[in-house]
Design a binder for this molecule. Structure first.
Ligand SMILES: NC(=O)c1ccc[n+]([C@@H]2O[C@H](COP(=O)([O-])OP(=O)(O)OC[C@H]3O[C@@H](n4cnc5c(N)ncnc54)[C@H](O)[C@@H]3O)[C@@H](O)[C@H]2O)c1
Length: 324
């Protein structure tokens, strides 16, 4: 298998690159290093430092190589920033992604896996695990940009007799167990913040609201280990090489943990209590965001390997400790 992956210098993309290389497949990544770091890309993976919307560069890559599948991860991902600078998200995550996919289709590359997000469902305000057919209701420019591109990709792949699999990730967490890569920075990421407090890079953790209608007042999230997510990409890529489809799958474990559950687990890992402070709610935060993952489990007979909060937190903590 030969994969074209955008965003390979980023958190999730670099893990997928490692998994692909570990399995003996080939991958080339396009990344403009806007939020990524080239040191996260494993040896043996070619990095083309280019924007996904640079048609000339993309055309040249596609003419020189024969890829079986595209994994499109490159995007801006920070919800808070998207509220402050919505145009930036519309441009990068939608307009540029359109140019990229059009260029692939023109070059007869017809199999796409797209990294979308569980946040396209918005805030359901009911504590049920979310199925793929739940109506979408994005509540911030980041999620809007991802949903807009999902729709475009489905329309264009159908029109061009091509295939796409849309993966709606829930909360991606954890790090490579060999500490080859991990999350370097993202101000919106809870587990990153918890780890930074645990290693004393940050004084305390501010919890954005403890008056939600949940067991302990803090919101509930479905954390999926980034290595399981990488395996999901491999399964989908293999399947796309055999069948034609346009499908959407939730990627999560179907199990929710509250913010306080995460803190308690980290306290037990480090053997002391991390300092916390309760702040006010953050606008747009969902109360309960947990995937119903039955569709993916059934279709791929998938068995996650790291669906354990302790493993997720320990791997993220070890990565954090390895960052100087
Ligand atoms: N991290 C999560 O929990 C999460 C959840 C749901 C969905 N996703 C999606 O997963 C994907 C990867 O997220 P991540 O957390 O690894 O983010 P990241 O910021 O670590 O990685 C994104 C990478 O894309 C590159 N990039 C951005 N715009 C580019 C462009 N125009 N041209 C070329 N390269 C570009 C960046 O330099 C970076 O290396 C994104 O599409 C994101 O929307 C992430």
């Amino acid at each position: 298998m030969n994969v074209l992956l955008t965003g390979g210098a980023g958190y999730i993309g670099s893990h997928i690159c490692n998994t692909i290389v570990d399995l003996g497949y080939k991958v080339l990544t396009i990344d403009n290093l806007s939020t990524g770091n080239k040191n996260l890309i494993p040896q043996g993976v070619e990095l083309i430092n280019s924007d996904i919307a640079d048609e000339k560069a993309i055309n040249s890559i596609l003419k020189k190589n024969k890829f079986d599948v595209v994994m499109h991860l490159a995007a801006f991902t920070r919800v808070g920033e998207s509220v402050r600078e919505p145009e930036k998200y519309q441009l990068n995550n939608f307009e540029k992604a359109k140019i990229f996919v059009d260029t692939c289709l023109k070059n007869n590359l017809k199999k796409f896996i797209f990294s979308s997000t569980g946040s396209v469902y918005g805030n359901l305000e009911k504590n049920i695990n979310i199925k793929e057919n739940e109506p979408t209701k994005p509540i911030n420019p980041y999620s809007e940009s991802k949903l807009k591109f999902e729709k475009y990709l489905i329309k264009e792949t159908k029109k061009n007799n091509a295939s796409c699999t849309i993966l709606r990730y829930f909360n991606v967490a954890g790090a490579d167990l060999q500490k080859r890569t991990g999350l370097i920075s993202n101000p919106d990421n809870l587990i990153k913040a918890v780890c930074e407090v645990a290693v004393k890079k940050r004084e305390k953790l501010i919890i954005n609201g403890n008056d939600y209608k949940t067991k302990d007042g803090t919101p509930i999230r479905d954390f999926i280990h980034v290595l399981d997510l990488a395996d999901i990409h491999i399964l989908v890529a293999k399947s796309l090489s055999k069948i034609k489809e346009n499908e959407i799958y939730n990627c999560g474990y179907g199990v929710g943990f509250s913010i306080m559950d995460v803190i308690k687990e980290m306290n037990s890992i480090i053997g002391s209590e991390i300092p916390i402070e309760f702040g006010s709610r953050r606008k747009g935060d969902a109360v309960y965001s947990v995937a119903d993952n039955e569709k993916f489990l059934q279709k791929f007979n998938w068995k996650p390997k790291y669906n354990n909060l302790k493993i997720i937190l320990e791997s993220a903590l070890k990565w954090e400790q390895s960052l100087k």
